[in-house]
Design a protein around this ligand. Structure first.
Ligand SMILES: [Zn+2]
Length: 252
């Protein structure tokens, strides 16, 4: 029962991250972009930390090094590759460009569906992580929250530039974020009855997070090549990794 409580509280926090676009409204574009890039760097550290410090050791401890877990990691990478592809079909390619407002594409239902699918999978990953252990659940929740903040600010910007009112943009973003709650509930209800569910989802999480960190977020960081900002980004990545190391010492 405790697992349900922890997982549901976590995923509701994740859903409310969709309102971070609103906070962004009160900043200037330039400042917002700088903050967003630091958040992206922090998320890179947290995602890599979750994968290499929590998820992979857990997978190897539980299942050993099997072909199945290797393939599931690749499935995770390809899954997020496909979702990302669908999102990019419909609107501009980068988070920072969203906040610069250089695009005003039509945001179709396809985009909301792809975003919703991503959020749904994030929710499943949170549910499964709590089924494994409390520290892994918390680590995955933090990794999801940190990569969702800059993503949600970007999504919100896209909806505004597509001509949505602030209220409508927030509402759509929140609805797509609620898909995460569904994902968690599904994982917690059907997970225990499917024997190999955790064994499959844990490596898929690792692969998905590797993809998001390496192919989605790190390229954003290369938009800023100034030395001072590069050092700050590097520091933020180290902080993200540090948070994941600290979670190892959580009593559980
Ligand atoms: Zn996500």
């Amino acid at each position: 029962m405790n697992i349900w409580l922890y997982a549901l509280v976590s995923v509701f926090i994740v859903s409310f991250v969709s309102f971070s676009g609103l906070v962004g409204l009160s900043f200037t574009r330039n400042f917002l972009q700088k903050i967003t890039l630091l958040l992206v760097a922090l998320a890179v550290g947290a995602l890599l930390g979750d994968v290499f410090i929590h998820l992979l050791p857990e997978i190897f401890a539980e299942q050993g090094s099997t072909l199945a877990s290797s393939l599931y990691i690749i499935v995770g990478i390809l899954l997020f590759f496909l979702i990302e592809k669908i999102i990019r079909w419909r609107h501009s390619p980068s988070i920072t460009q969203h906040s610069q407002g250089t695009h005003s594409h039509h945001v179709g239902p396809m985009n909301l569906i792809a975003d919703g699918t991503h959020n749904f999978i994030d929710g499943v990953l949170i549910g499964v992580s709590y089924m494994v252990s409390l520290p892994i659940g918390i680590a995955t929740t933090i990794a999801v929250i940190l990569h969702e903040i800059p993503t949600e600010i970007g999504d919100f910007g896209v909806l505004l530039h597509a001509g949505y009112s602030t209220k409508k943009a927030l509402w759509y973003n929140f609805l797509s974020a609620l898909a995460a709650v569904l994902g968690t509930i599904l994982a917690l209800s059907i997970g225990p009855s499917i024997g190999s569910f955790t064994a499959a989802v844990l490596p898929i999480t690792a692969g998905g997070f590797l993809y998001i960190a390496g192919s989605d977020l790190i390229p954003e960081l290369h938009r800023e090549i100034n030395l001072k900002h590069t050092l700050l980004q590097f520091l933020a990545i180290l902080v993200g990794i540090g948070v994941m190391v600290a979670l190892l010492y959580l009593p559980a």
